[in-house]
Design a protein around this ligand. Structure first.
Ligand code: SAH
Length: 218
């Protein structure tokens, strides 16, 4: 049984204060963090660390992003209720849950079968079945459901995959860390019209790489 105790809530309140102090000022994003118990998304062995502002290991040698990073990307994305949002890199499912709590219609893609299965089960248990999870290669996106109002990539690559830019709605934006394994710059690309896009650059981050193909479990 997944429990959200007063202790968890206390630690979560402290984490939200820390995010605020680090510059996150979108109240809706902070509220979504309050409503999304991060310890549900990690292994019990790390439960004590769930509300530290740090990335933690998950299955398939991947990581649940640092809370500050999730908050920063979510704030840049500027999600509004009912928007259709595509996430590449489901991982633990925490970021997808934050987007759903903000009222988005979330489609999320993961290339590791084990993570896909774990998250699908978790979303049933914690009652977020409205999030659609796909076991696919995120480089090609989800053309059958395009266009998306917002696209969020939570793994890094040297450049933004062209299919994702094509699947962005006009007036929408895509947020992704762009760079090599030494470090990446957070970019926000807004689609101005059919053919024109505008790019803004933000701070440096460290993400796991966006990899091609699917990874079937052993
Ligand atoms: N958003 C996640 C962060 C997980 S780390 C969270 O909140 O926990 C990034 C994830 O991207 C990893 O799970 C990794 O397996 C996945 N990933 C990497 N390349 C991918 C691709 N081409 N398609 C889909 N997922 C990918």
């Amino acid at each position: 049984m997944l429990e959200d105790t007063y202790r968890h809530k206390g630690m979560r309140r402290d984490l939200i204060a820390e995010l605020r102090q680090k510059g996150i000022d979108d109240e809706r994003v902070l509220e979504a963090f309050w409503r999304t118990p991060r310890h549900f998304f990690i292994d019990k062995a790390f439960e004590e660390l769930a509300y530290q502002d740090q990335a933690l290991p998950i299955e398939a040698a991947q990581t649940i992003s640092q809370p500050y990073t999730v908050a920063f990307q979510t704030q840049l994305l500027g999600v509004k209720p009912k928007e259709k949002v595509l996430e590449i890199g489901t991982g633990s499912g925490f970021q997808a849950a934050i987007l759903a709590v903000l009222g988005a219609r979330v489609y999320t893609i993961e290339r590791h079968q084990i993570l896909y299965e774990t998250v699908t089960d978790l979303f049933e248990i914690i009652q977020l079945p409205q999030i659609r999870v796909y076991f696919k290669d995120g480089f090609i996106g989800l053309g059958e459901f395009a266009p998306f109002d917002k696209i969020l990539v939570t793994a890094a690559a040297a450049e933004i995959p062209a299919p994702l830019l094509a699947q962005l709605a006009i007036g929408g934006c895509l947020v992704m860390p762009v760079g090599d394994e030494k470090g990446q710059t957070m970019q926000r690309v807004s689609r101005i019209s059919e053919l024109s896009y505008q790019t803004e650059e933000f701070a440096q981050f460290r993400f796991v790489p966006l990899l091609r193909g699917k990874n079937y479990k052993d």
